[in-house]
Design a protein around this ligand. Structure first.
Ligand code: THU
Length: 126
């Protein structure tokens, strides 16, 4: 699957976003080593801090289905800036693969490609 195709799945996943507060849908498509793709969207809550980001939705879906071998993730938001993962999502993703590829898209259809280790060099561990 190309980066563009994975990003298209992320854009499609954003259609399910539950965003009554921010009105900012985000979609993620997480590809595992065997090629299985788990998608996710952001799910907001009236208690704002209980909101779950799209990337963590996809990550939790994958792990709960027995997939821990993360390979690539595409993230899409209809924003001016590239939709980079927040710090919490970077921390959660690195748990499963510090060197996974992170594709970040934005509203004009362009995207960036980075290694998670470059985006999150000093992750928490013990
Ligand atoms: N959001 C994500 O889904 N992923 C991120 O990495 C950052 C932010 C969501 C959370 C909230 O629903 C909306 O974007 C605005 O912050």
């Amino acid at each position: 699957m190309t980066d563009q195709e994975l990003l298209d799945l992320a854009r499609k996943a954003a259609e399910a976003a539950y965003v009554p507060y921010s009105h900012f849908p985000v979609g993620a498509a997480l590809e595992c080593a065997d090629g299985t793709v788990f998608t996710g969207c952001n799910v907001e809550n009236a208690a704002y801090g209980d909101t779950i980001c799209a990337e963590r939705t996809a990550a939790v879906k994958a792990v709960s289905e027995g997939h821990r071998d993360f390979k690539r993730i595409a993230i899409w938001g209809d924003s001016r800036e590239y939709c980079y993962p927040c710090g919490s999502c970077r921390q959660v993703l690195q748990e499963f693969n510090k060197y996974m590829t992170v594709i970040c898209g934005r509203g004009d259809g362009s995207w960036t490609v980075n290694c998670l280790a470059d985006m999150m060099p000093f992750f928490f561990d013990f």
